[in-house]
Structure formats: C-alpha cells, structure tokens
Ligand binder design. Structure first.
Ligand SMILES: [Zn+2]
Length: 605
C-alpha cells in the first residue's frame, strides 16, 4: 500500500476510535456530554473536570508510561517538597471504590470512582482522612488483617470535589515522598495519561538526547565491525538539534536505542518522553506515544527498553524497535517495527524525534552506511542483545517463538510457555547439571535470566526421593538477572513439584525449613507501653520469603504496619488493647509455613 494511502487509512482509523469514545460518552452521560462537548471535541477527554489533588503548583518527579523496572509507570508522580503529610484532595465528586493498605506497590492507596466513567488513584499515602480512616481501621480489626485490598459500594464512602481525603506519604515501593496519581477508565481499568485532562504542568523545555546504541539483529549482522551493540555520542548543533558526527558501518540488519529525557520548567528532575519517533525521509519507522494502555500491558516495558541495561546498570534506553512479541498499544506497529537494513554501499540518514506533552520537540540525526562485504542476516526475528550473546554453536534443539505456545518436556523437568511469554525468538536447549549441596534435584536450565519474560508460566520438576513429610517445605530455587537467588513455592502432584515463574534460567529444588528472623529495633527503656506508643521490628527470611505476620497483646489482635523497602514492622498499641501486665507477641510466617515468634512482657497502664 502506498505510504500516503496507508497514512490516510491510519488517520481514518484513529478518527473512528475517537468518535467511538465520544459515542460511548453520549450514550452513558447525555447531560455531561453537553457541558463537556467543547473540551472533548478538542482533547478527547474532559479538560476541566478534575482539579489538582495537591495545593501546590504541580511539579512532576515521574511521568506517564515512563520505563520502570518490569513496568510502565501508570500515572504521574507529583512532588511534595520532600515531605510527607501534605493534604491530598479528591480531584472530583465520586465515591471511594477501592482501598489498599500494603507495604509494597502503591502502599496506602485510594481509588475514587467518578460518575463520568473515570477513576482517580492516589498512591503512597501516609494516612487516610476521616471518615475513610475510621472505616479502614474498622475493617483491619474485623478481618484481623494488616494488609487490605477492599472494594466498596457506591454509598459507603462518597466524596466531594476538593474534599481532604488523605495525607501524602512515602508508603509502599516509593523512592521518596510524593503522590502517585492516576486516571483510569473505570470499566476497562485502562490507564490514561492524566495530562490529557488538562492538569496544569508547565513545560517549556525541549527533550535532551544523551547517547544511542546501534544493535545488530540476527546471525551475521555487525555494527562497526562487531556483533555487539555499538555506542555513539552526540554533538549538539543548536537548541533541540543533535546529531552523530560520523556515519556507522552496518552489515545486515540492526535496530537503534536511545537515551533521551525531558525536563520541565523550574524542575531539574528528568522525565520520560511523551512521543518518540524514528524517521527516514518521510517514512516513520517506529512510533511510541504515551497516551493510554491496558493494565495487562504494563510489563511490555521490558521490551520497550533495553532490559539488561536497565536491570544491571540502571541505564534507560528506549529501543526504537518493536519485538515480535511486544503488543503494547503505545507503539504504532502499523507504521513499522524499526528494523533498519541500510542498503549496501549507501549512506542512509535517519532522525529520532522526541516530543513532550506540551509540544516541545527535539531531534537527533544519524547516518548508517550499508556494508558491501557479504551482507547477511536479514531482518527477521529480532534479537535482544542477550539472545545473540548466548547463541550456541551447536544446532539448537528448541526454538521458542514469542507468539506461539510451547511445551518442553524432559524426563524430569517440564516447562509450559503460553503464547506471549517472551518477546523475541529464542533458540535454546535444556541443560542439566548437578545441583549445589543440599539440593533435592539437579539444576535444570532453559534460556537465561537476562531474557525478559512477559508472564508467568508453569514448570515442574520431578523429585521421587523427597520424603512425604518434607514435601510441604520444598521450593524451586531460581536466579534472577542480577544473580540473586529467589524461591518459588509450589504444589506436589505425585513425584512432580509444580510451580510457576516469570524468569528463565536455572532451577533446582531445595528445602526451606528455616524460620524468618525477627530483630527488635531499639531496647525498651521499661516494659510500660502507653496506648499509641510503638514497637518496631526488622524481619527477614532466607528463602521462601515473608508471607504473613501478626501482633497480639494478650489475646488481642493489634494491627501492624509493614514497610517492605525497609523490611520493618511497626506495632502501635491500639486503644482497645487490654490493660495491665500482658504478653505481647509477634508472629512471622514464611511462604512455606515456617514460623518465628518473639514475646515481650509489657505493662499497659
Ligand atoms: Zn508513581
């Protein structure tokens, strides 16, 4: 199809999608549509419906769909001046639809459902405000659970626009005090770039190009005479214009990846890019645009970025290449997949164009010279740098394709990968070696941990000699990309231990009979504990990991606050705790049921 016609159809398709969005709003919300008609016509989304949830000018420490470890950032991170305890307000009328209390992820988190079909999410909160706070405390005590994930009915906790609902914090997997804010489509849970809703974030700074890499794809391809990624630095010609000084020789096929970021007005922090294109002449070869994606797509981040560089060196490279197994909707794969195959003997110029949400744009050009020496390696299946690095000289036994399910069965090990488990074709074989001392099975491996895996897949290992009474304490030990061991729990079916994982590489079976470790922080000056005073504990578990914990004062269940990033538990003596001389007890249980206890005699006046 000619490119012009192709673009035309693409535009028609986009317009149809927009009309569909409009239609759904017309049918569900006729009155609202009339009042928002003007704004929706301009932006697809209502731009004056949501107010800002904090009372200071919006400064971001994180943007929508930024590339994070194993996920795309689902919303915006608002800076809170390095402090916790800033007031957080409901962005519009609605009701609390979900509350989560967790030491991980979004920490203390509030979901407010709004009548126009969107949900706002407020994460890493320090505390909830009344009446939410009392509601949550009641649920903790009724359920006797420290961590909650509760869904609420419409009339339970209604909120008004600008109502104080919480105080900002640093709970869960947060790297410093801030508010994590999302806007989701309530029905589909699709995440939408909140900037579409007209939130005032000032940005007059154009994106910065830092450096790039050219990565050979497929057998026989080379860049600059080598079969490994080739790094190039830029020179800046003027504001918003960068280029690579010299052309780079490429034999066969390659893709490029770039380190690029944006900054905002009066904000020194680096932000992700809203739109990133790879262009050759008039043709767009690759396109990333941070508009909206489904919750289930978040892990595609590992294929949008250079996974190995991110996980091992914390370097964020946007790959301008769509792997065959990457179905992220932020990529416009109708345009192209970003595979470059420069013509032998010719210089081909390419441009990368980065744009922020306010429309500030930068571009960077580079030239590839096609090698005339035995051009090979057609741009078929793409390789992560790891796949080519680990290519075996032997004829591979197993070919795992990204979009096809495969069952790999061996006498004593089975891997069952559903379609969509990996992003690029992997040629591999099962290898077996004896396990380390104490192992209950040999070590079986497939692929390696440097290859990103999109979803959990089942695997099982046969171990006929494990005594029945020990079976419940068996875990499968794997090793992640950083070389850190991790344990997978599972169930037994006859002689087979069945588990699931989201990593490739080596696995063996071992026992976990060691209870978690508890250390009390600080020494009690006296055993007198007033209501509201706190006890703090560090906890850890060597193998299967912490699964649950409870704190009791006598018979009374007393709530604990868990913080996974510091591995600490905090017990605040509850007002309903029994008075007088009591035995306080902390119980910590790991994933296979090993239990640790710490008892402390206390006097509660
Ligand atoms: Zn965030």
């Amino acid at each position: 199809m000619p490119i012009v016609l192709f673009r035309f159809f693409h535009e028609v398709k986009r317009t149809c999608e927009q009309i569909l969005v409009h239609l759904s709003l017309i049918f569900t919300l006729p009155l609202l549509f009339i009042s928002q008609k003007q704004t929706i016509a301009q932006s697809r989304f209502p731009v004056d419906y949501f107010t800002t949830p904090i009372d200071t000018p919006l400064k971001l420490s994180g943007g929508f769909a930024e590339l994070r470890n194993n996920h795309l950032h689902g919303g915006l991170d608002f800076r809170t001046g390095g402090e916790e305890g800033r007031p957080i307000y409901a962005a519009a009328d609605g009701y609390v639809g979900r509350i989560r209390v967790s030491g991980q992820g979004y920490g203390n988190c509030l979901y407010i459902i709004h009548p126009i079909g969107y949900t706002t999410v407020y994460g890493h909160l320090l505390t909830f405000e009344e009446p939410i706070r009392s509601w949550v405390n009641r649920r903790h005590n009724e359920l006797q659970e420290n961590e909650l994930d509760l869904f609420l009915k419409k009339d339970e906790l209604p909120v008004k626009k600008d109502q104080l609902v919480a105080l900002s914090g640093n709970t869960g997997a947060s790297g410093g005090p801030h508010l994590h804010f999302e806007i989701r489509h309530s029905e589909t849970e699709e995440l939408i770039n909140p900037l579409w809703f007209g939130l005032p974030v000032e940005d007059d700074v154009c994106p910065t190009f830092d450096c790039m890499e050219i990565v050979p794809i497929g057998q026989g391809s080379m860049v600059g005479g080598k079969a490994s990624p080739h790094r190039l630095q830029f020179v800046q010609d003027s504001v918003g214009f960068w280029r690579v000084k010299k052309e780079t020789m490429v034999k066969g096929a390659c893709h490029v990846q770039v380190k690029v970021w944006d900054k905002h007005k009066d904000n020194e922090l680096r932000q992700g890019i809203y739109k990133l294109l790879l262009v050759q002449g008039l043709d767009t070869l690759y396109s990333f645009k941070a508009d909206r994606y489904a919750h289930t797509e978040t892990r595609y981040a590992n294929s949008v970025m250079d996974y190995e560089a991110k996980m091992l060196k914390n370097e964020t490279f946007y790959r301008l290449f769509r792997s065959p197994g990457n179905h992220l909707r932020l990529l416009n794969s109708e345009i192209g997949n970003g595979i470059l195959y420069p013509k032998p003997g010719e210089n081909t110029q390419y441009r990368m164009i980065a744009t922020d949400f306010s429309g500030n744009q930068s571009e960077c050009s580079f030239t590839l010279l096609g090698s005339t020496v035995g051009a090979g390696g057609a741009g078929g299946a793409g390789n992560q740098r790891t796949a080519s690095a680990s290519a075996s000289p032997q004829r591979p036994e197993i070919v795992i394709q990204p979009n096809r399910a495969i069952k790999i069965e061996h006498e004593n090990v089975r891997f069952q990968l559903p379609a969509g488990t990996i992003y690029d074709t992997l040629n591999t074989r099962i290898s077996i070696r004896s396990g380390p001392s104490g192992a209950l099975s040999p070590e079986y491996s497939i692929g390696n941990a440097r290859i990103p895996v999109h979803q959990y897949f089942p695997f099982s290992i046969r171990a006929p000699h494990v005594p029945s009474k020990l079976k419940s304490k068996v875990v499968a030990i794997g090793t992640n990309i950083k070389g850190v061991q991790n344990a997978h729990t599972g169930t037994w079916k006859g002689d087979w231990f069945e588990s699931k994982t989201r990593q490739l590489g080596a696995f063996y079976l071992a026992l976990d009979t060691i209870a978690p470790r508890i250390d009390m922080q600080g020494k009690l000056k006296s055993d007198t504990m007033n209501i509201g005073s706190t006890l703090q504990f560090s906890i850890s578990d060597a193998r299967s990991g912490i699964k649950n914990f409870h704190f009791y004062v006598g018979e009374f269940w007393n709530k604990l606050i868990w913080d996974a990033k510091s591995a600490t538990l905090t017990a605040r003596i509850d007002e309903h705790a029994p008075r007088g001389n009591q035995i306080a007890c902390l119980v910590v249980i790991d994933a296979v049921g090993n239990e640790a206890n710490l008892t402390i005699p206390v006097f509660i006046p």
